[in-house]
Every structure is written in C-alpha cells, then in structure tokens.
Write a protein that binds this ligand. Structure first.
Ligand SMILES: Cc1cc2nc3c(=O)[nH]c(=O)nc-3n(C[C@H](O)[C@H](O)[C@H](O)COP(=O)(O)O)c2cc1C
Length: 393
C-alpha cells in the first residue's frame, strides 16, 4: 500500500488530505465525526473575536461548483478554546485552528489561546469576498473599509504577530481573489514566518439568480457569495504552480479537489497536501475516505510516489523553455485509436474547424484542415483521441 504519511513542520499527518475550514469543522462534535473518515488533519471554521450568524439561504450547489455566503464560526472564541478544541483533540489527529482578526495583536491572542487549548497548527486567512456587506447588513452603522487587494502589509503584520507568540506551524490561507498578484502575498507571508500556505480560499464576490423568482439565490443584501468546487480548480491550480515556481514553501492545494486525479494534478503543480471541503459538503464526509483510498490505488497501480510526481509540471515547463517548445505555432493533428473510438461524434461536434468526419463508425481527422487546437482530445468520452504534442519530448 502506498505510504501517504507526511508532516507539516513537526506535526505528523497519516495522509495529505486536510479538511479545510468549512461546516465539517464547525464544532468539536462535528470534527470528532469527520475524523473517523481517516483524513490527515481537520481545520476549524474560522474562529473570530466577534461571531455573527450566517445570512440564509447560504449554500447553492451549481454545475461543478458551489456558492456560499456563510461567515465565520458562529460560536464565541472562548467556547472554542474551553470546549470545542479540547473535544476535537480527542479525535487523535492534528487540529488546525483557522483564525481571523483585523488586529494583529488580537489574532496573536487568539492564536495563543488556540494552542493552549490543544490546536496543533494555526491558519490565518487573508480575505473573504462576501463578509463585508453581510456584516454591514446585520449591524447597521458598521462600515468595513474596502480591502486593499494590493497591500499584503496587514497580512504580514498578522503573521508576524502570531509567529512571535506561538511555536506551532502557521499556515497562511490566501484568497483566490489574489489570483492576479499572488506572489507579493506569499513574499510577505514567508518573510513574516509562515510554515506553509493554503491555496486558495473561495473566489468572489459571485452571484446566481433564481429565474423563477428573479431573486438572488443566496441570502444577504445582494446575494453575494464565494465560489468553490470544480470551477475554482484552474484558478487555484495556476496559483499553486506559480507559488511553487517561485518559493520553496509547502503548499496545501484547496480548490475543487473531488478525485484522486485532482490531487495528482495539484501535486504535479507543486502541492504537497490536498485540502477538501466542497466535495464533502456535496457528497458527504465518507467521500474523504474513498479519496484517500483512490489516491493510494492510483499511486500503487502505477508504482509511483507523490514525492516523484510533485512538481513534475514545473520540470516540464522548464523543458519547454530549454528545448524551444514554449511557443509552438505548428499544428500537430491528434491520433485516433480506432480500437477505442465508438464513433459517437462528440469530437466532430466539438471541432470548430470541420476537420473531423465519422466514417464507418470511427472518427477520421482530416490533417489538411486540422488546426491542432486539441478540443477533440479532451472531449472524447473514451479517450480514443491521443494528443501528439510533446510525443517526442
Ligand atoms: C460552506 C463553506 C464554508 C467555508 N468556510 C470557511 C471558513 O470559515 N474559513 C475559511 O478560511 N474558508 C472557508 N471555506 C473555504 C474552504 O475551506 C476552501 O478553501 C474552499 O472552499 C476551496 O476548496 P473546495 O473547492 O474544496 O471547497 C468555506 C467553504 C465552504 C464551501
């Protein structure tokens, strides 16, 4: 059986699957239940100095994604420290206390109390896209200043203040809203003493509308929320990759992990640990157990380890550059494996260059008109069409 044991700092994890902050970390009781799934570690919902209830409705599943407008943990922080974290610790696996405060000293105070209560690691969030307007609606007169998306200094100050008072590993959780300027945030976090980064929180604000009523689907003033799940994956993937390209810091990938293959993809981009949240909300916590098993089987069947594949794509991209393949302008038509092709015609429909016909129940690619776009390769339901780019690489 593939060995998935790993560590964050000195904290040992049985496997790299980490339940990230969400409803499966809402209290000690829930954490005890989720721990039975066998995950490597569990994160609490964000513990804040001034909790507030969630606007309802607060969850909307969509095709390959999920919208939520839940705020932070609803319980007072003192209850977390006196009851919930000590209870959660009975699960016998590492507990990550996710904390947030706009005031670095207050964050440091929360961190000290969380560690005293038994938390094995501290996680500090950067930005929640739907927080401000929902809090302002609940507390008339409250005015939360707009976030400074280009200024990681407050994040630096918070990490630094927490670093000065706790010895356990500190994880910085970056928002997907920093997708266009992630590196300065990582630079700030690393300088302030982060041990790992979690990439990413949700992206937003986003919204969906119920066309029966014309109402925003989420509660709150305008129905704004954060997007997670499969739709977030390519955004988080590029961020993981870019961080791994530039920093030697362990990365927890978080964004649309729903299968062992998703975890493998993130490992190739440079991630060491795999955050799971939406998949457990949609499919139930037992999905965490099967994800671990699926990853073990995947590695076992191929005789590979996570260490071997970690950062593979970083190496491939280097190769592209070295060999001058980083701006290929020539089409290379894909190859149809007739023994696998079922002649369904999905590739033909997806070919915007009219380069595919179905003849005698098989796809035929007309090389003279094929643009080499690749659509048919990824559309084929039976994987009968092979990408011929990089074949000789
Ligand atoms: C219902 C829900 C509640 C969440 N609550 C928190 C939270 O309290 N603190 C936090 O840092 N992230 C929170 N998140 C973000 C997740 O931890 C995770 O980083 C994000 O959803 C992306 O991963 P996923 O696509 O696997 O869900 C929440 C996500 C969801 C769906």
């Amino acid at each position: 059986m593939a060995n998935l044991n790993c560590k964050i700092g000195d904290v040992k994890l049985n496997n790299p699957f980490i339940v990230t902050a969400g409803e499966h970390g809402r209290d000690g009781e829930e954490i005890l239940k989720v721990a039975k799934t066998g995950v490597g570690a569990i994160t609490t919902k964000t513990i804040v100095p001034h909790p507030a209830p969630d606007p309802r409705p607060c969850c909307v599943p969509m095709d390959n994604g999920f919208l939520n407008c839940v705020l932070a943990a609803i319980m007072p922080s003192e209850q977390w420290f006196k009851e919930e974290i000590p209870l959660a610790k009975k699960a016998g696996l590492p507990i990550i206390a996710n904390l947030a405060s706009a005031d670095p000293n207050e964050a440091a105070e929360l961190a000290v109390k969380a560690v005293e209560a038994g938390a094995d690691m501290i996680e500090l969030a950067t930005y929640c896209p739907h927080l401000a307007e929902n809090l302002e609606a609940q507390f008339p007169g409250l005015k939360i200043p707009p976030p400074e998306m280009d200024n990681p200094k407050p994040f630096y100050n918070t990490v630094k203040a927490v670093r000065e008072v706790v010895n356990v590993p500190i994880i910085g959780k970056v928002s997907a809203c920093h997708f266009s300027n992630i590196l300065p945030w990582i630079e700030a976090g690393v300088k302030a003493g982060l041990d790992a980064v979690e990439v990413t929180d949700t992206i937003g604000p986003v919204m969906l509308i119920d066309i029966e009523t014309g109402q925003p689907k989420l509660g709150g003033p305008r129905g704004y929320g954060g997007l997670s799940g499969g739709a977030l994956k390519p955004i988080a993937m590029r961020m993981v990759f870019e961080i791994a390209q530039n920093y030697d810091i362990p990365i927890i990938a978080s964004g649309g992990i729903q299968s062992a293959e998703d975890a493998i993809e993130y490992a190739m981009a440079g991630a060491t640990y795999f955050g799971v949240c939406t998949v457990g909300h949609l499919e139930g916590q037992n999905r965490y157990t099967s994800l671990i098993k699926d990853l073990e089987d995947y590695l076992e069947n191929r005789g590979i380890t996570l260490d071997e594949i970690r950062g593979l794509t970083l190496r491939k991209v280097e190769e592209r550059k070295e060999k001058g393949w980083d701006c290929n302008l020539e089409p290379i038509p894909p190859l149809v494996h007739e023994d696998i092709c079922i002649g369904c015609g999905k590739c033909k429909d997806a070919c915007i260059y009219d380069a595919i016909t179905i003849e005698n129940g098989k796809a035929v690619i007309h090389k003279d008109v094929c643009y080499g776009c690749g659509c048919c390769v990824w559309t084929c339901p039976t994987k009968a069409i092979e990408n011929m780019y990089y074949k000789d690489i």
